[in-house]
Design a protein around this ligand. Structure first.
Ligand SMILES: [Mg+2]
Length: 150
């Protein structure tokens, strides 16, 4: 059973689109700090293919899947919104108690981390970091294929 961590923003949830479409995104103090935008995490659109791919992994007995995301310290409502967001798109029975919010992703023990950025410990993860959106793992199609073959 491969312990697999899946980041949210930029991997499963389209934060960039949410930021762009937020009415306050160009206003001080949110310009340059989109993670502080009120409610920005609440209604994000899923990334193409993400819901199907993660559901596939959640239902595959060879994978033990957890969401591993960082919620902004200074935007406490984001912590709640992330919890509610995954319940909107994934089967409650499969994802229940499988959300880990941490600024120290390198402390988690596991086989894979699917993450689009190196921050909050992602690049120091002791398992294999699949850098989502990179040339190697540009999308869910390629990433899922790799995981199922590995
Ligand atoms: Mg991310």
């Amino acid at each position: 059973m491969k312990i697999t961590y899946v980041d949210l923003d930029g991997v499963v949830a389209d934060f960039e689109k949410g930021r762009r479409e937020h009415p306050l995104s160009d206003v001080t103090p949110y310009k340059g700090r989109p993670d502080k935008l009120p409610g920005v995490y609440e209604n994000l659109t899923p990334i193409k293919g993400a819901v199907d791919a993660v559901n596939f992994l959640l239902n595959d007995p060879n994978f033990d899947v957890y969401f591993l995301s960082t919620a902004p310290w200074d935007n406490p409502e984001a912590w709640t919104h992330k919890r509610l967001w995954i319940a909107k798109y994934f089967d409650e029975k499969r994802i229940r108690k499988r959300l880990i919010l941490s600024h120290h992703k390198h402390l988690l023990i596991g086989d894979y981390l699917i993450d689009d950025r190196r921050f909050n410990g992602a690049s120091e993860f002791q398992g294999i970091w699949l850098k989502f959106g990179s040339d190697e793992y540009p999308n869910w199609d390629v990433t899922l294929k790799y995981l199922l073959k590995a």
